[in-house]
Design a protein around this ligand. Structure first.
Ligand SMILES: Nc1ncnc2c1ncn2[C@@H]1O[C@H](COP(=O)(O)OP(=O)(O)OP(=O)(O)O)[C@@H](O)[C@H]1O
Ligand SMILES: [Mg+2]
Length: 747
């Protein structure tokens, strides 16, 4: 009875004719509810950064995964829905673009209970049968679960981790194992044929046996070709997949590292170290894989040689053992020598990077000879160490050579000797056959020994990658944290901060508070801690003492991405990406158009020069923007910071590098820019701060005073001194602002 009643009642998601926005809203609500079930707050902003306004299931899955949950989009049938154990919400993606949440399934009555995500949570779920559901649902389902262990995402990088990624391809690896096994059986064919030819065909002059052998040989050859083709294919498919996985992972982890890390290390060094991951991958999917596969052959070959001739088989094995021993002995010293060489290579490459990075300075100061000299010396060291390492590595190879010869060819002589001394123990065919197989036994054994050699280099590579990737990330879980609406009220309370590795406090008991919409100037001598305050506000460093609150919320509690998305920051030096002016202003923010770019440019005082450019907003900027003046670059950076209308704008010496005219242009706009938002302006030129609501004076990390310009002139001697230093020329003629008049009286 209940079921008939249920079927007459339409499922809520289908009942309302949903518009596309409404439908999407339902989908997002459903997913958010499912995530909340696992105590994860998803950020819609994140989804906007994934392509498209109508997100594909794949984008939704990625969104949920970025939030730290397990998600998968699957296609299910009604029967499967009935059987599903609803331990956590299951989301049905409906045809109209909306979604429904499956709460329970009732296989006995053939119905499922669904909830409309838009309905109030007090509403009971609705029962739906197969027919009704099939009208609105094509089978697309989103499964969301908590991740039981975060190992994959947060596990430290190590050789084992990479090996885990390789092992993940176990199906392909298994195919490869069987393929190799089959191949090694086939490798027995040529020796067997030679044996047969020598022993039977030649002895009995049997043409029919020869023909048979010929046919057998041809078939085996075809098989071998095919198997080899497949094996190579599997190896490179596995290689490509592992490569993609590792690359994605490494890049993601690198982006999560804090800014401090990048400031401490040269970009070139980081690049070099990260690129070492290619070595690890090549090793695992190349040499190691093929050696392992060759090892499979030993399973077949070793028993066969013992059956053929035990004495010769023992000789072969002893030689192989000696080879392994030699290589093991040399392994340590050789790898240390290689390590020294790699160290020198790193130092050498850092000269290259430094020179390229500072090529302007190098050229303008005519530092070429010094840089060349440095490069020469580093190259010499590197070459020297490389020679030493190669010299050392040459020894095991040299010693192994004769043993290898004995294994593959010497056995013939020994076999012949054996045949003479103990007649009947070896016949000529067996001898030749044995020789051919023994060669195949030697190859993987030597391969293994060589592998050990490479393993050292790979271990070094792992160390390099680890030294970058395994640093503490900026936040353990990028999706964690509050996402309050940011208005811009700022509060520092007893903030102390000491840069790691230094003794003196960069900030010492900094306490101040400004309400929403304040234009706050920060002044102080060089090194007084102005930039440090700006850094703390951006969450670049979070290990300060005391409290830093944004609209009353502790900054450490706020989600980092959310915080930075709501800030606008302009520094003294700003990086413009390759692309058009419009693209640079919009900077990949979704949903923004040329109109927004124009508005931001106008506010930043950049409109005037952009419109004079040959292609206007479509003018192409090269990396490092050589075709723009410093002032133009800076105004673009300000426009970029303003494009998303941030409530809190930080300008750290943003106008310091500008010529007076451009500075005046930007300054004239500052009041306009500051309308409706909090602005923190760090500047050395006090004239540009006279309009600020409040000016904070810092000295050696301590707050000396905070007041408007005119008040500070009166009561803060440090501020007065700074002002006087910069504005002596203004003293005698009519002062521009009341402040100086006050000062003149005070003096
Ligand atoms: N990355 C860093 N590592 C170590 N110490 C630092 C670092 N950055 C700044 N400091 C130190 O912290 C103090 C404050 O530096 P900060 O950059 O905040 O000064 P500032 O007022 O912005 O100076 P300037 O006007 O020159 O930009 C200085 O004594 C400086 O030596
Ligand atoms: Mg500074």
């Amino acid at each position: 009875m209940n079921s008939t009643q249920a079927t007459t009642e339409a499922a809520p998601p289908t009942a309302k004719p949903a518009g596309p926005d409404d439908a999407l809203e339902a989908r997002l609500l459903a997913i958010e509810a499912a995530a909340r079930f696992h105590n994860v707050e998803l950020d819609r902003e994140e989804l906007r950064y994934r392509r498209g306004t109508q997100p594909e299931p794949a984008a939704l899955v990625a969104w949920v995964r970025d939030g730290g949950l397990w998600a998968k989009a699957v296609r299910m049938r009604f029967g499967q829905l009935l059987k599903i154990e609803v331990a956590s919400p299951v989301i049905l993606l409906l045809r109209d673009g909306s979604a429904a949440i499956l709460t329970t399934a009732d296989p006995a009555r053939n119905i499922v209970w669904l909830k409309d995500p838009r309905a109030p949570s007090s509403d009971p779920p609705v029962a739906v049968d197969e027919l009704r559901l099939s009208q609105v649902w094509s089978g697309e389902t989103l499964l969301i679960r908590a991740i039981r262990d975060l190992t994959d995402e947060n596990a430290p990088f190590s050789f084992l981790w990479v090996w885990g990624v390789v092992r993940h391809e176990h199906k392909l690896l298994r195919d490869m194992f069987f393929g190799s096994f089959a191949l090694s059986l086939l490798t027995l064919v040529p020796p067997l044929i030679v044996m047969t030819t020598l022993n039977r065909v030649l002895t009995y002059r049997s043409v029919s046996t020869l023909a048979l052998v010929g046919i057998f040989f041809t078939i085996a050859l075809l098989y071998e070709t095919l198997l080899n083709y497949t094996r190579r294919k599997i190896i490179y498919v596995v290689g490509a997949r592992v490569d993609a996985k590792i690359s994605l992972h490494i890049f993601k982890r690198m982006l999560r590292l804090p800014l401090d890390f990048f400031e401490k290390q040269q970009a070139g060094e980081i690049t070099y170290k990260i690129n070492q991951v290619n070595k690890i991958r090549d090793f695992l999917t190349g040499k190691m894989m093929s050696t392992m596969l060759d090892m499979v052959a030993l399973l077949v070959l070793i028993p066969v040689i013992f059956v053929m001739q035990p004495t010769l088989a023992w000789i072969t094995l002893v030689c192989a053992g000696l080879i392994a021993l030699i290589i093991m002995i040399f392994m340590g010293p050789v790898s240390r020598a290689i390590g020294r060489w790699i160290q020198a290579e790193t130092q050498k490459s850092s000269v290259l990077v430094e020179t390229l990075h500072g090529i302007r300075t190098v050229k303008s100061l005519a530092l070429e000879p010094q840089q060349r000299d440095l490069w020469d010396r580093r190259t010499a060291t590197s070459v020297q160490l490389k020679l030493e390492a190669s010299d050392l590595a040459n020894w095991p190879q040299t010693l192994v050579n004769p043993l290898e010869g004995v294994m593959s060819r010497g056995v013939v002589l020994l076999g012949a000797l054996l045949a003479i001394t103990t007649p009947g123990s070896v016949d000529p065919g067996t001898l030749i056959g044995f020789m051919m197989i023994a060669g195949r036994v030697a190859a993987p054994l030597i391969g293994i020994a060589r592998l050990m050699d490479d393993l050292q280099e790979v271990r070094l590579a792992v160390g390099f990658v680890q030294s970058v990737i395994n640093n503490k990330p900026e936040s353990a879980n990028p999706s964690a944290g509050l996402r309050p609406k940011i208005e811009g009220a700022l509060q520092f309370n007893g903030v102390n901060y000491t840069y790691p590795g230094t003794k003196a406090r960069a900030l010492d008991g900094v306490t101040f508070e400004v309400p929403v919409g304040t234009m706050l100037g920060l002044v102080g001598k060089s090194g007084s801690g102005k930039s440090t305050i700006a850094r703390l506000m951006q969450g670049i460093t979070r290990d300060y003492e005391g409290y830093l609150k944004l609209d009353g919320t502790d900054l450490r509690e706020i989600n980092l991405a959310h915080l930075r998305r709501n800030l606008g920051v302009v520094l003294q030096e700003n990086f413009l990406f390759r692309g058009t002016i419009r693209e640079n202003i919009i900077a990949g923010r979704p949903g923004l158009t040329l109109t927004d770019a124009v508005r931001a440019a106008r506010l930043a005082g950049a409109e005037e020069f952009i419109e004079r450019m040959p292609n206007g907003y479509e003018t192409w900027i090269e990396e490092g923007s050589p075709n723009l003046s410093g002032g133009q670059r800076q105004r673009l950076a300000i426009a970029r910071a303003l494009i998303h209308d941030p409530r809190l704008l930080i300008l750290d010496e943003a106008t310091s590098a500008l010529d007076p005219e451009s500075e005046a242009l930007v300054n004239a706009n500052l009041t306009r820019i500051g309308k409706g938002r909090t602005m923190v302006i760090v500047s050395h030129r006090l004239t540009s701060l006279t309009d600020c609501d409040q000016i904070l004076v810092l000295e050696k990390g301590k707050v000396l005073d905070m007041a408007p310009h005119s008040v500070l002139l009166e009561r803060c001697s440090v501020y007065r001194q700074l002002w006087l230093q910069q504005n002596r020329h203004l003293e005698r003629p009519a002062p521009p602002r009341g402040g100086v008049a006050v000062l003149a009286q005070g003096d």
